[in-house]
Design a binder for this molecule. Structure first.
Ligand SMILES: [Zn+2]
Length: 341
């Protein structure tokens, strides 16, 4: 007898054929397709989750290959955006599912649109600012969110189920000042922990999709090097600004352009508010008059005496070699957003 691709999952009794059908009908958004998000995406694609939306703003770099399972040396060579490289590799792993790759930055303007038509959002992020924003967006819209984070050899996992328990801010407290906490860029990260945390996240996402009663209602703290796993209760804080008081300050804090420093690079990313007026070809044509332009498949680079930047078709730009967000904004205003000149 010929058995199907998901046979081993279907004979696993908590899933069964019925669970498999729910996975096939399931919709998941994974934000950040690096080490965590890439491993989660691979597991969910293999498991036959019917729709995966992959959100990532970055391009595959050599230092990613130590832990990010979906990418190859060729992706580094070709400077392929992570979302696109992931889509390509995953569609070869499972051609039966829909993979929607978005080469964009999740920010206050777009994050609600990205999450409101899925069943669950899975965290593959590398920075706390976007995580806190995502937490607000999920609470506001009642979307289930699987939090996972790693640094060094340690990681954490928790389900954030709006209306049913604590949120990310209940767990981690107010957002710490930038630079006051360890990140993968300051203390490194090893792949065993990213895969452990990603495995917990993928399992929780699958349980959410099939409506399992075995959902994790605690937080997990795990360390792959010091060899421990702890499960602990987290109380919902009635004074929590997000899940207690329903204040969504990050979501509502919209500036005309949004700048974010890119960890580990002397670069800032500038994202303009998408009002539909951005004309990629026209901006690239204007840049050609002022410096050296190189058109790549997914972005354009521009260099002259005072600017070194990458421009994406969605209007976003990465400004290299600048000391501050303000300096990046100035370059952006001069070369990309020219209305004020
Ligand atoms: Zn909360």
């Amino acid at each position: 007898m010929q058995v199907g691709r998901y046979h081993r999952q279907e004979i696993f009794y908590p899933i069964g054929k019925e669970g498999q059908e729910k996975l096939a009908a399931g919709r998941v958004c994974i934000i950040g397709i690096g080490a965590l998000g890439g491993s989660v995406a691979a597991m969910l694609a293999q498991a036959g989750v019917g729709y995966l939306r992959l959100i990532d703003r970055d391009i595959v770099e050599l230092t990613n290959l130590q832990r990010q399972v979906l990418f190859t040396e060729q992706d580094v060579e070709d400077q392929v955006p992570k979302a696109e490289a992931a889509r390509e590799h995953l569609s070869r792993m499972n051609s039966e599912i829909e993979i929607d790759a978005r080469i964009i930055d999740a920010n206050p303007y777009n994050i609600e649109k990205l999450i409101t038509d899925v069943d669950v959002v899975v965290d593959g992020l590398d920075n706390l600012e976007t995580r806190y924003l995502l937490n607000e967006a999920c609470q506001k819209n009642g979307i289930k969110y699987v939090y996972g984070g790693v640094v060094g050899s340690g990681g954490m996992v928790m389900n954030v189920l709006p209306g049913d328990g604590p949120c990310l801010e209940c767990l981690l407290g107010p957002l710490p000042e930038e630079g006051s906490y360890d990140t993968c860029d300051t203390v490194g990260v090893i792949s065993p922990i990213t895969n452990i945390v990603a495995s917990y996240e993928a399992a929780e996402a699958m349980k959410i999709l099939i409506g399992s009663e075995s959902l994790l209602h605690q937080a997990i703290s795990v360390d792959a090097w010091d060899s421990y796993t702890e499960f602990f209760d987290v109380d919902q804080d009635p004074e929590c600004p997000v899940c207690g008081k329903h204040q969504y300050t990050r979501l509502e804090h919209r500036q005309k352009t949004y700048s974010a420093s890119l960890c580990g690079h002397d670069a800032y990313q500038i994202t303009p508010e998408d009002d539909g007026s951005f004309n990629y070809d026209a901006v690239v044509a204007a840049l050609e008059q002022e410096g050296t332009v190189e058109k790549k498949k997914f972005f354009t680079t521009f260099v002259n005496d005072e600017a070194d930047l990458k421009l994406f078709p969605d209007g976003r730009a990465i400004i290299n070699h600048v000391a501050s967000g303000e300096a990046a904004q100035e370059v952006f205003a001069k070369y990309i957003d020219r209305q004020e000149r």
